[in-house]
Design a protein. Structure first.
Length: 481
């Protein structure tokens, strides 16, 4: 017996039982243990009714069954978690991230996402040479990193905004339809799961991208190109970002405004792409907001029902709700890379000392417009543009959800925007976004019910990622590694 005790030392209690029974010749009566059982938990997702006192069975990275806890006592598992008084929601998406925008952030982002309950991310623009090594690192990390879907580079026009010289390198030039087709072939071969159209493309290049994407069965994300109207873009893409250039299709004479933009886009002065785009925004964005025509805008809203809007509201409203002024932002900055943290803390001091007037027209419009789009039935998905605009990976997604509730969503609708709607973009709604048998086992364990208060999505006690339970202590370690 002493030899048996030494042989099984260090094993889990379940493994000890199985090993002992095997020695006694009873192995044929032993059920195969599953990976993880979470018992006595309340299940919350945006599709199914609230379910109390449930036990979730997880094996091989999937939810294999959900039963009432009263009937689950005999289930054999390698790991068992009593979640009495806790709430389990699907793993969250950040539907708009840039892993390579600020390379000081790149290595820290995966751990931060999981720390805040984000188990899936969509990278919406990066050069392949920069991004592919990041993708390989994330995927090789397994449960210690979020799953990633990526577009590769921004498909811009002849003039590139994010050209690597004036702005970080995220985009590539597509001066002709033929160039766009060639670029898309390379991007698709590199494993991209969608395409991203940017603001400087011509209508001809836009049409070629749409055609190529359909032929390759790739969804399209993008900004409304400055050479086009939002109502004409929306039916041809699967998502649009930032409410960008929506306002230019809400004026009483939008074709006149469009003609003025198209003339400037000829770029006879050969301005850098970022300069030209900024100048067009300066000329038209705020002016369009202050000259909005409700009738025309209602027509545009109707057209936008054909696509998903990703408003990145926490970024659009920064002038009104400064991230630095949040009570927990200093604590959140303690987890980000030191060089970034120091820079942001200096920016916080400078902002506090500044007496410069701040124009909040765009911030207020973004809040109002997001509320209007939601009320009209336009699909909305949650993304942050992290790490752009003082956005902390993972942390800022919860801010985004809070602002959705502020503009009229219920907490359940906000949760839908961060779980179900992103999955639908990739036609994954039959396996992600719910706590349901057969679905991928990505979930977040909370100490409070987010349906009562959306800020409870921050009350994270653990994360299940790819079927593996990560405790609060393990998440803390991932965030600082």
């Amino acid at each position: 017996m002493k030899n048996i005790a030494r042989a099984v030392s260090g094993l889990t209690s379940v493994a000890v039982l199985l090993f002992t029974m095997l020695l006694l010749g009873c192995s044929e009566d032993i059920p195969e243990p599953i990976d993880l059982v979470i018992s006595n938990v309340t299940l919350v997702d945006a599709v199914n009714p609230l379910r109390y006192n449930q036990t979730v069975l997880i094996d091989g990275g999937r939810i294999v069954n959900i039963v009432t806890s009263d009937s689950a006592s005999e289930i054999v598992a390698m790991e068992r978690l009593d979640a009495s008084g806790r709430y389990l929601i699907p793993g969250l998406w950040d539907f708009h991230v840039h892993f390579t925008f600020d390379k000081r952030f790149t290595d820290a982002m995966a751990g931060l996402f999981l720390y805040y309950g984000v188990t899936q991310v969509r990278d919406t623009g990066a050069l392949l040479d920069d991004l592919l090594p990041v993708v390989e690192t994330l995927r090789s990390a397994g449960a210690k990193a979020p799953s990633i879907w990526y577009s590769g580079p921004l498909l811009d026009g002849r003039d590139v905004v994010y050209d690597g010289m004036n702005f970080p390198g995220l985009g590539i030039a597509n001066p002709t339809p033929e160039a766009a087709r060639t670029n898309i072939a390379e991007i698709h071969a590199a494993g991209a799961s969608f395409l991203k159209i940017y603001e400087m493309v011509t209508p001809e290049v836009f049409a070629a991208i749409v055609d190529e994407a359909r032929a390759r069965d790739l969804p399209i994300d993008g900004h409304v190109p400055l050479s086009m109207r939002a109502r004409d873009v929306a039916p041809n893409v699967q998502s649009l970002e930032h409410l960008r250039n929506y306002e230019m299709d809400c004026v009483s004479d939008p074709d006149l405004w469009l003609s003025a933009r198209q003339a400037e886009l000829a770029n006879v002065a050969n301005e850098p792409g970022n300069v030209l785009r900024s100048r067009l925004h300066t000329l038209q964005r705020l002016t369009a907001i202050t000259n909005e025509d409700p009738v025309v805008c209602a027509e545009t809203t109707e057209a936008l029902k054909a696509t998903i809007t990703v408003p990145t509201l926490r970024m659009n409203s920064m002038d009104l709700y400064v991230p630095f002024e949040r009570a927990d932002f200093d604590q959140a900055m303690d987890l980000i890379p030191e060089s970034v943290s120091q820079e942001w803390r200096e920016a916080k001091v400078a902002l506090a000392a500044s007496n410069e007037p701040v124009d909040i027209t765009f911030a207020e419009w973004s809040l109002r417009r997001t509320g209007e789009l939601h009320a009209a039935g336009v699909p909305i998905a949650a993304g942050t543009d992290t790490p752009i605009g003082w956005s902390i990976p993972g942390y800022s997604l919860h801010t985004e959800l809070e602002q959705y509730v502020q503009v009229g969503m219920t907490p359940l609708e906000a949760l839908h925007a961060a779980t179900v709607k992103p999955a639908e973009f990739f036609s994954l709604e039959s396996e992600m976004g719910q706590i349901k048998s057969g679905f991928v086992a990505n979930a977040v364990l909370l100490s409070a019910n987010p349906i009562d208060d959306i800020t409870h999505t921050r009350s994270i006690e653990g994360v299940i990622n790819q079927g593996t339970f990560l405790s609060r202590g393990q998440l803390d370690q991932l965030a600082i590694d």
